[in-house]
Design a protein around this ligand. Structure first.
Ligand SMILES: *Cc1c(COP(=O)(O)O)cnc(C)c1O
Length: 486
C-alpha cells in the first residue's frame, strides 16, 4: 500500500523502476512520437501487454507507454491543447495518488477539502470575482465545466420563466422555447451539454464569426432580437475566451451587456484563454470575464498540469443551489452544522480526485508571475511560428496568433480547394507515420472544400524559436513529398 508510515518505502523502488523505464522509452522513441502505422504500433502494445508478467509488468509496460507516447515535451509535438506537465505538478500529483483523498466528503479529505476551497477563492479573485461571494469546484475539464454552467443557466433562467424547479420537475414541454447562443467556433461540448440537459442540440443558435473566429457582436445582437421576436427564451450566451483553434476571444463586454439586456445567463468558456489571466501582457484580452455568471478554466492547458485540472466557477454562490445534494452517508446536515464541511453539493461527481492539490503546489512554487512568464514565452513562440510560416512561399497563414496557437496550410501546385484539403490532411498523416511531428488539423467553420487547415499549438515553454522554424520546415518538406507521391 502506498499510504501510511511505510508507504513511501514501498513506493521508493517502484518509482525508481518507473523513472528508469520512462527514460528508456523516451530514448527509444527519440522524437515526438514513434514511427509506424497505428496497426504496427498497436501490435507492439499487444505484445507487451501479453508478455508482461509479475514484477516485470511495471517497468515493461511503462517503457511501452513512454515509447508509444505523443510527448508534448518534444518541441515537434504541437498539435493540441495538450501540455507538457511541470515536474513539480507531477510530483505533487504522486502525493495525491498515494494518499487517495476523495473530495466528496470531509472525512475522506480533511486537508484537501480546505485546500480546494482556498485555491478556488484565489482563482475566483484571478477572474475578478468577489472570492467571498463566488463558488466553484474542480472538474474533469472544460467539457464538464461547460455542462455545469449551462445546467445552472437552465435551472435558474428557465426555472424562473416556467415558475418551477427544473431540476425536480424537468424541462417543460410547453412555453417559450429555450435557446443558447454560442459562436460557430464554440467548443462542441456546448451543443452536447444542451442535449444532456434535455434542451436538444438544436437549442443552440450558432452565431457567425469573423476571419479570426471571433464572435460577431452585431450578429449576436441580431440573433437575440430575432429569437425574442419569435417568442423564445434566451437562456444563455456562451462566450469563448480562446477558441480551441485560433485562440480568438469573443467580445466579452458586449456579450455581458446583451446577456443583461435579455435576462440570459453568461457563461465564459475560458478553458484555453483563462491562462491569459496569468500574464500581465495578455490578461487585458479577457476584460469583461468578471461579468460572467460562470466560467470554465483548464489548468491542463495553459497551466502545465497533468490531466485532469479543470475548474468551474460561478460568480454568486447562491446560483449553485440546484446542484446541492444531501447524501445521508456523506454530508449529513448535523455534521455540517457541527463544522464538518463537504464539497459533495458542488460537483456532478461523487468520488473525486484531489486535483486542486497539484495546482495549489504549482501556484505557490512558481507564483502567478512565474506562470505568466511561461504563458508569455508560448505566446512569443506562436508569433515566431507565424513569422516562419509567412516566410515559406508554399505556406499560407490564416491569421496572427492571439494566444499560443495559429492556423495555416500548405498550398500545393494548382491550389484547387479540394486537392489542397487532401494534401494537407495527407501530409499531416505522413508526419505521424514517419514519427517526425505531431501537427493539428482542423476545418474552418462553413461549407464546401478549401476549409482544411493545419494548426500549431505552442504550449511548451522549453521550445525555441529555432525548434518552431524546424517544425515549419518539416511541414513544407512533408507537403512536397506528398505532392511528389501523387
Ligand atoms: C479544451 C476545450 C474544451 C474542453 O475541455 P476538456 O478539458 O477537454 O474537457 C472546451 N472549450 C474550449 C474552448 C477548449 O479549448
Amino acid at each position: 500500500m502506498s499510504g501510511g508510515a511505510d508507504g513511501p518505502d514501498a513506493l521508493d523502488p517502484l518509482i525508481r523502476t518507473v523513472l528508469d523505464a520512462l527514460a528508456r522509452g523516451a530514448a527509444r522513441r527519440g522524437g515526438p512520437l514513434p514511427e509506424g502505422t497505428p496497426r504496427e504500433l498497436a501490435a507492439e502494445v499487444v505484445r507487451a501487454f501479453t508478455a508482461a508478467d509479475g514484477d516485470e509488468a511495471l517497468g515493461l509496460l511503462t517503457e511501452v507507454l513512454a515509447h508509444g507516447s505523443a510527448d508534448p515535451a518534444d518541441p515537434l509535438c504541437a498539435a493540441h491543447l495538450h501540455c507538457p506537465p511541470l515536474a513539480v505538478a507531477v510530483a505533487a500529483d504522486l502525493a495525491v495518488s498515494a494518499l487517495n483523498p476523495s473530495q466528496d466528503s470531509w472525512d475522506q479529505a480533511p486537508a484537501a477539502t480546505t485546500l480546494e476551497t482556498l485555491l478556488l477563492q484565489e482563482l475566483a479573485a484571478l477572474v475578478g470575482y468577489d472570492p467571498v461571494a463566488a463558488a466553484g469546484v474542480l472538474t474533469s475539464g472544460g467539457t464538464e465545466s461547460n455542462l455545469m454552467g449551462l445546467m445552472l443557466a437552465r435551472d435558474r433562467v428557465l426555472g424562473r420563466a416556467a415558475g418551477r424547479q427544473v431540476e425536480l420537475a424537468g424541462v417543460p414541454a410547453t412555453g417559450a422555447r429555450p435557446r443558447i447562443f454560442a459562436s460557430s467556433a464554440a467548443h462542441f461540448s456546448v451543443a452536447r451539454s444542451a442535449a444532456l440537459l434535455g434542451l436538444g442540440e438544436d437549442a443552440v443558435v450558432s452565431v457567425p464569426v469573423d476571419h479570426e473566429l471571433r464572435m460577431l457582436p452585431d450578429s449576436l445582437a441580431a440573433a437575440l432580437r430575432e429569437s425574442a421576436d419569435r417568442g423564445e427564451l434566451p437562456l444563455a450566451i456562451v462566450a469563448t475566451a480562446g477558441t480551441t483553434d485560433t485562440g480568438a476571444v469573443d467580445p466579452l463586454g458586449r456579450c455581458a451587456e446583451l446577456a443583461a439586456e435579455y435576462g440570459a445567463w453568461l457563461h465564459v468558456d475560458a478553458a484555453y484563454g483563462g491562462g491569459a489571466l496569468l500574464s500581465d501582457r495578455l490578461a487585458p484580452l479577457l476584460d469583461g470575464i468578471e461579468r460572467a455568471d460562470s466560467v470554465s478554466l483548464d489548468w491542463h492547458k495553459l497551466g502545465w498540469q497533468p490531466v485532469a485540472a479543470g475548474v468551474f466557477l460561478a460568480r454568486r454562490a447562491e446560483t449553485y443551489a440546484s446542484l446541492a445534494r444531501r447524501a445521508v452517508y456523506l454530508n449529513p446536515q448535523d455534521d455540517e452544522e457541527a463544522g464538518y464541511p463537504s464539497l459533495l453539493g458542488l460537483s456532478l461527481r461523487t468520488t473525486r480526485r484531489a486535483d486542486a492539490f497539484k495546482i495549489a503546489v504549482t501556484l505557490r512554487t512558481l507564483g502567478r508571475a512565474g506562470l505568466g512568464a511561461l504563458v508569455d514565452t508560448c505566446h512569443e513562440l506562436a508569433r515566431q511560428g507565424a513569422l516562419a510560416v509567412r516566410a515559406e512561399p508554399r505556406l499560407e497563414l490564416h491569421a496572427e496568433p492571439v494566444l499560443t496557437a495559429f492556423l495555416f496550410r500548405y498550398v500545393p501546385e494548382g491550389a484547387d480547394p479540394a486537392y489542397t484539403d487532401e494534401v494537407n490532411a495527407a501530409l499531416r498523416r505522413r508526419l505521424l507515420r514517419e514519427g517526425r511531428a505531431v501537427v493539428g488539423r482542423t476545418e474552418l467553420p462553413g461549407e464546401g472544400p478549401g476549409r482544411v487547415r493545419l494548426k500549431l499549438t505552442l504550449l511548451n515553454p522549453r521550445t525555441s524559436a529555432q525548434d518552431v522554424a524546424r517544425l515549419v520546415r518539416t511541414v513544407v518538406a512533408a507537403g512536397l513529398a506528398e505532392e511528389e507521391g501523387r
